[in-house]
Write a protein that binds this ligand. Structure first.
Ligand code: URA
Length: 262
């Protein structure tokens, strides 16, 4: 699909879901945070859920963790208009508590649809919740970060949530290391076979459709994880309270309310 068509489809999708009332979070949100960036991005970053600043501005990662994410993107020569940034949940959990399983179950189809439209070659999952959802696992982020998985034609690169490095500065060097790995996979995406030994193929028993991962492929995935044990016990960004928003420059391009598409 051409970039312009992806953009149109994303915009339509945003208009379709922005007034979602599927879960209780719709009652306490200020804004629905759809995500922002390039509709034709090679790489998508997926965080956990909007925090206070994101809720107020309707844009993802505009607080302290967002500032760090911007820095890390710059570190590998990227800016927000070259990537797409979204979250597992589109609405803020009150007090920035962890997302609940029923909220993830209600919201996950929005993320999967975004993935289907944008069709990124690489998905970088930030922290426990997005990693466990995308990889369909209960394994903790500690054992998954730094590894490279392949689902269909897509590479999944789980890393720590930037907020975790704000709280534990020793994690910063790990984060930088992981971003350098991301850069390697973006730059050498054509020849990533050279790194094949690093790639762990998933879901071999269930080949994805022609578009790779899609909503259909993932239907019921969270249910399969098991409700009792939830999403594992590692903590990462759960306690994070975003700081004051530095804001992001308005692109001036194709803004439909809170939507920021490039
Ligand atoms: N943390 C997230 O996971 N997402 C945001 O949008 C902001 C902070």
């Amino acid at each position: 699909m051409a970039g312009s068509e992806k953009r149109e489809r994303l915009k339509e999708f945003y208009l379709e879901i922005r007034n979602c009332t599927k879960c209780e979070l719709s009652k306490t949100r200020t804004n629905f945070v759809f995500g922002s960036g390039s509709a034709d991005a090679t790489i998508m970053f997926v965080g956990e859920a909007p925090g206070r600043n994101e809720d107020l501005q309707g844009k993802p990662f505009v607080g302290q963790a967002g500032r760090l994410l911007d820095e890390l993107l710059l570190y590998i020569g990227l800016t927000r208009d070259k990537v797409f940034i979204a979250n597992v949940l589109k609405c803020r959990p009150p007090g920035n508590r962890d997302p609940r399983l029923e909220e993830i179950n209600s919201c996950k189809c929005y993320l999967f649809k975004q993935i289907e439209i944008i069709d990124p070659k690489i998905i970088c999952t930030l922290g426990k919740h997005s990693t466990q959802l995308i990889l369909n696992t209960q394994a903790g982020i500690t054992s998954l970060r730094g590894r490279v998985f392949k689902i269909g034609k897509r590479l999944i690169l789980p890393i720590n949530h930037p907020a975790a490095a704000l709280y534990t500065p020793s994690k910063m060097s790990v984060l930088r290391e992981d971003f350098l790995r991301i850069e390697r996979f973006i730059r050498h995406e054509e020849e990533y076979r050279g790194y094949m030994e690093e790639i762990e193929e998933l879901h071999e028993q269930k080949p994805p459709g022609p578009g790779g991962m899609s909503m259909k492929d993932y239907e019921g995935v969270v249910l399969e994880l098991g409700f009792e044990s939830g999403f594992g016990s590692d903590t990462d960004a759960g306690e994070y309270e975003p700081g004051e928003a530095p804001g992001i420059a308005d692109s001036g391009k194709d803004k439909g309310e809170q939507l920021e598409l490039f």
